[in-house]
Write a protein that binds this ligand. Structure first.
Ligand SMILES: Cc1cc2nc3c(=O)[nH]c(=O)nc-3n(C[C@H](O)[C@H](O)[C@H](O)COP(=O)(O)OP(=O)(O)OC[C@H]3O[C@@H](n4cnc5c(N)ncnc54)[C@H](O)[C@@H]3O)c2cc1C
Length: 562
């Protein structure tokens, strides 16, 4: 079954569930009328269905490869990228000052999801560029902005992010790449970066690397890190790609999936770069890119979940086995498909609600919206990607033995999406962010959100008493667990971080399903699946949160090895 863009779901979620109308009512996003959004999503959906989805297999079977130091991309990817560029899809959220459309992040989020469904490995390229654009918009000098942003926004050039080194993964502060001032405002960047996505390609005129490095007077740890823009080709006086910079792709990784996206070891050998943001403030600048990318990566998971669900449904409607009809008549197959659909809806609603909060924070400058966006970002990332993996896994199961055979594509979804739970900060790191930094307000932002969930459940009680009661109770249990969590020490919190994040997502997902069912009776059956079958997991998850770390460390490393 070919991929079909879920336009009706986006339309419904935006208008009935996540409150997009408040974004469109702001002065900043006044142009995002329902008609404009409808037209934008419709066009993007067409591109994804007709141009990008047919490239999905090509990227898997013909991985990007390195030939004499040059990356050769999978067949069709250059044409696919050109279609993305021609449609103006690289960055529809970028400021009109630099050629963007200035559309809300919420619309970008829906477009990104469709592109991720269609061809995840190619979509990662513009996703990286989007993050780079945002980082430069916020932190770069006016000269750098004028030179780089129009070309990045148009897609003529693309962007990467370079954090990881062999000894510096989750612990970015351990990085060794260094930057020496050259005396003319530029810097010589030297060091090795690993796992760099889309470090090179054969379809953009330049590749702009945002590289974290340490200045000679940079302190140890994350506080001494600065951010540099290091292009593959140094722009000449007219801003066109000129001399080759001293950087190279050393090798490409052989990966479990995402084969169409080249993942490189990069060597910077005195490469010329320019400081982005203040010296030693690189992490703050990079965080702009990372926050953007975190939501974007969560959405990658959702995109794959949607595509895997569609594929599984198509198969289940055709395959005959063990009865008169097709396998969709079996209760267990029905259960798998219903769970896939319900989880995808939950994760999508959370991501769109996060995007709405980002847009509202930008449009109004309100601290409350900023706190909401900050709270939802790790949940959107970790839950979206966890669901990507779980739903794709169910997709293989629905296909039976055929799912294990590559030709169906079900296995590719699972292999491709697996990394989304790892990169852009592992899901464990996201959960620690949620229970640590995002609770530094004593849980205030979380309590405010849970209050809204309970208020909505109260309203829904009249029409849907059972479902609303379940959601209210679960939100109450989460509120109590949050109170206990903020009183815990760091190790105890971290031990329960992943279960806590998942429980939070369970409650939010159930809340959005309930809102959907209250708005449209046709959504009731799916809401029932989410609330009666999936939501109860929150109790077991919160039991782990209360358990803290002691039980884990009572099990010694020797015990684990025995
Ligand atoms: C295909 C692919 C593409 C990538 N693209 C990019 C890219 O474009 N740019 C880039 O810079 N990087 C990229 N990465 C790197 C990616 O971001 C890292 O792999 C990731 O951040 C994890 O780092 P690590 O691999 O060193 O694992 P580690 O940090 O060694 O983590 C191993 C395990 O330990 C856990 N862990 C580590 N520290 C802690 C802690 N303090 N508390 C609790 N648990 C902890 C982790 O959650 C994980 O489960 C990519 C990786 C892959 C595989």
């Amino acid at each position: 079954m070919p991929y079909r863009a879920p336009l009706a779901d986006f339309r419904f979620l935006l208008s009935e569930v996540v409150g997009f109308a408040q974004v469109a009512a702001t002065e900043r996003f006044a142009e995002a009328t329902p008609e404009t959004v409808e037209a934008v999503l419709g066009e993007a959906g067409k591109l994804c269905e007709e141009v990008l989805a047919p490239l999905q297999r090509s990227g898997d079977i013909h991985p990007a490869r390195l030939e004499n130091g040059v990356v050769r991309t999978s067949p069709g990817f250059a044409e696919g990228y050109r279609a993305i560029v021609e449609g103006g899809w690289v960055s529809i959220a970028a400021s009109p000052d630099h050629g963007g459309m200035g559309l809300p992040m919420t619309v970008t989020t829906a477009v990104n999801e469709m592109m991720a469904s269609a061809c995840l490995s190619l979509q990662l390229n513009p996703l990286m560029t989007q993050g780079q654009i945002e980082a430069l918009e916020h932190h770069a000098s006016d000269d750098l902005k004028a030179l780089y942003l129009p070309k990045l926004v148009s897609g003529e050039w693309c962007g990467t992010m370079n954090l990881t080194e062999p000894q510096a993964g989750s612990d970015v502060g351990a990085l060794r790449t260094r930057a020496e001032p050259l005396g003319d405002g530029s810097y010589a960047v030297t060091g090795q970066k690993i796992y760099i996505s889309w470090a090179d390609n054969d379809f953009t005129g330049n590749v702009c690397h945002l590289v974290l490095a340490r200045l000679p007077d940079g302190a140890a740890g994350t506080k001494g890190i600065s951010l540099f823009l290091v292009p593959k080709f140094l722009p000449d006086a007219e801003g066109n790609p000129g001399k080759r910079n001293s950087l190279s792709v050393v090798s490409l990784e052989h990966k479990m999936g995402l084969h169409g996206s080249p993942t490189a070891v990069m060597e910077y050998d005195g490469a010329v770069g320019w400081l982005v943001g203040a010296p030693h403030r690189g992490m703050a600048a990079m965080f702009t890119m990372m926050n953007n990318a975190r939501l974007g990566v969560g959405v990658q998971g959702i995109g794959v979940a949607e595509a895997a669900t569609q594929a599984a449904l198509g198969y289940a409607l055709e395959r005959r086995q063990g009865g008169a009809g097709t396998i969709i008549e079996h209760a267990d197959v029905r259960r798998m498909l219903a769970v896939m659909k319900a989880e995808t809806f939950s994760a999508r609603a959370i991501a769109l609600a996060c995007a709405v909060a980002i847009d509202m924070a930008r449009a109004t400058g309100s601290a409350e919206w900023q706190a909401r966006a900050a709270l939802l970002t790790p949940i959107a990332k970790a839950y979206g990607t966890a669901m990507g993996v779980e739903v794709a896994d169910l997709g293989v199961q629905v296909h039976g033995g055929t799912g294990f055979i590559e030709a169906t594509g079900a296995a590719q979804y699972l292999r491709d999406v697996r990394v989304t739970a790892i990169y852009e900060g592992t899901n464990g790191i996201q959960a620690m962010d949620l229970v640590g930094r995002k609770m530094m307000d004593g849980g205030e932002a979380a309590f405010r959100l849970l209050q809204e969930v309970q208020d909505a459940a109260e309203v829904a009680r009249h029409g849907l008493p059972e479902l609303a009661g379940d959601v209210w109770d679960a939100a109450e249990a989460l509120r109590e667990a949050t109170e206990a969590l903020v009183a815990q020490g760091a190790t105890d919190r971290n031990a329960g971080a992943v279960p806590y994040l998942r429980a939070f997502a369970r409650v939010l997902g159930a809340h959005y399903h309930l809102t959907a069912a209250a708005a449209d009776p046709a959504r009731l059956a799916l809401a029932r699946v989410a609330i009666r079958r999936l939501l109860p997991e929150h109790a077991a998850l919160l039991a782990q949160v209360r358990e803290g770390a002691e039980g884990l460390f009572a099990l010694s490393a020797e015990d684990l090895a025995a």
